[in-house]
Design a protein around this ligand. Sequence first.
Ligand SMILES: Nc1nc2c(ncn2[C@@H]2O[C@H](COP(=O)(O)OP(=O)(O)OP(=O)(O)O)[C@@H](O)[C@H]2O)c(=O)[nH]1
Ligand SMILES: [Mg+2]
Length: 302
Amino acid sequence: MTQEKKFKSGFVALVGRPNVGKSTLMNRLVGEKIAITSNKPQTTRNRISGIYTEDNMQVVFVDTPGIFKPHSQLDNYMDKASLSTLNDVDLVLFMVEPESPGKGDKFIIEQLKKVKAPVFLVINKVDEVHPDKLLPVIDEYRNLGNFKEFLPVSATEGIGISDLLETLYNNLPEGPQYYGSDQITDRPEYFVVAELIREQILQLTSQEVPHATAVAVDRMNQRINGKLQIEATIYVERDGQKGIIIGKGGKALKQIGIRSRKAIEDLLGEKVNLRLWVKVQKNWRSDPNFLRSIGYDKKELS
Ligand SMILES: Nc1nc2c(ncn2[C@@H]2O[C@H](COP(=O)(O)OP(=O)(O)OP(=O)(O)O)[C@@H](O)[C@H]2O)c(=O)[nH]1
Ligand SMILES: [Mg+2]
C-alpha cells in the first residue's frame, strides 16, 4: 500500500538586498508575472505575495522590498515592510548574489538572528559565475549566520527551482490550503496594474526619475465597447521630472502608455483603454499622508 503524501503549506519570505532577484525568483516559482522586476535597485516597494499551489502543497511566497540604508519615509517604510514580514512567516529565504557577503548582507544576517523561522540561504544568479566560485561563498556565509541549507539557483535560467520546491516541501508544516487553487496573488488587480505602469517607467527612464515616481490607479471599473477603461496618475516630485515623463510632444508618455497597456492586457486577458496623467507632488516620498493615500499600509508608516 502506498502512503498518501501529506499536504504541506506555509508562508515563505523572500528577503535580501535590493536587486538580488527576489521578485524574479517569486515570478519563476509561481510561474506567472506577479511582481515587477528591473535592473535598478529598489524596484519593489511593497510586500506582494505570489501563491504556488500543487497537489500536495501550497506555498505563499512573500516578496519584500530590498533592505538598504533608509533616506526617506518611503525607504523607512520599505525596510519595515521587509523586516516585519520575518516574524509572520514559516520559513525565510535569504537571497544573495554569488559573491562575498557585503555590508548590507551582514546587516540582514544580524536581523535574521532574531527570527524564529528557519532561514535558508538562496544564492541566486549562479548562471553568472563558474561553479568553483560557489563553495567559498557558501563557506563565508556559513561562518556568519545560522542557515539551515544552501540553495544555489538561477531565477532567470530556471536552475535549482525544483530542488528549492522540494526543500520547501520537506521543511514546511502540514497545513491547510490558504487560498483557492487559481489565486496567484494576495494583491488586488489595480495594485498590479499600477505596478506594471511603474515597471515601464523604470525601464524607460534613468537616474533619479524611477525613484521619484509613484503610480496610482484612479479608476478601473467601466467598460466601453468591450474595453476596460483604466485611468491612472503618475506622480513625480518635480516639474523637470514631469517633463521627462511626458517627453517632447508627449512622446515618452505615449511609449509608457503603449507598453503598459500591452502588459496590462496580458495580465487581465482583455482589451484595455489606458489613460495616464502626470502630476507633481513635492517630496511625496517623505509625506506619510500622501503615501497612505496611494495605498501604502498604515502599519509601516507609523
Ligand atoms: N543573470 C541573472 N540575472 C538575474 C537573475 N535573477 C534576477 N536577475 C536580474 O537581476 C535584476 C534584479 O531583479 P529583481 O527581481 O528586480 O530583484 P529584486 O531583488 O526583487 O530587487 P528589489 O525589488 O529592488 O529589491 C534584474 O535585472 C533581473 O533580470 C539570475 O538568476 N541571473
Ligand atoms: Mg523586487
